[in-house]
Design a protein around this ligand. Sequence first.
Ligand SMILES: Cc1cc2nc3c(=O)[nH]c(=O)nc-3n(C[C@H](O)[C@H](O)[C@H](O)COP(=O)(O)O)c2cc1C
Length: 183
Amino acid sequence: MRKGIILYQSKYGATKQYALWLQEKTGFDCQEIRHTSFHQIKDYEILILGGGIYASGIAGFNFLKKYIAHLPQQNILVFAVGASPYDPTAFDQLYQRHFKDRLEGIPCFYCRGAWHEDRMTWVDRHLCQLLKRMVAKKDPADYEPWEKALMEAMGRSCDWTDPAYLQPILNYLEEHSHEKISL
Ligand SMILES: Cc1cc2nc3c(=O)[nH]c(=O)nc-3n(C[C@H](O)[C@H](O)[C@H](O)COP(=O)(O)O)c2cc1C
């Protein structure tokens, strides 16, 4: 049995940055989900999956959904990376939407990412501009945290990545793996 692996899916680099920081801290293996097969992960004790949040979906999550039935022995945890500041209600909604059935109870953590319009694909940039136009019609008092962040970040380049967001994950690993890993 090998110790742990961090799998990530990142379009614009923030999730990858968190995955690499985690790798540095834990010594776990680390690789992109799109280059990963089930065969490569089945023998790890701990599986950490990180994905960027795009229109409330968590990138790479389908990988977990696909293989969860075959990963019962593993300690699995997820971290999601979004532009929004952490908001417990919004995060709870994200959790309820994604962590159903066999996925229920899997711990999920939040890390704040980045916003670089200049790096976005044409489709993403236009999607965000469309979203902005829709959000602009609302009363700012009714903005969701993610909508507020979108309105503030549009047209700017922002990087909120901070290794401090990983501390709850490191604490969780330490609490739950006892002698299995030393951080
Ligand atoms: C098309 C699009 C949709 C997004 N939707 C959300 C969202 O629903 N919630 C959020 O917090 N951030 C959202 N973001 C911001 C990304 O989550 C943020 O840029 C994050 O850093 C992406 O991770 P990555 O840098 O690893 O790709 C969106 C970004 C794009 C381009």
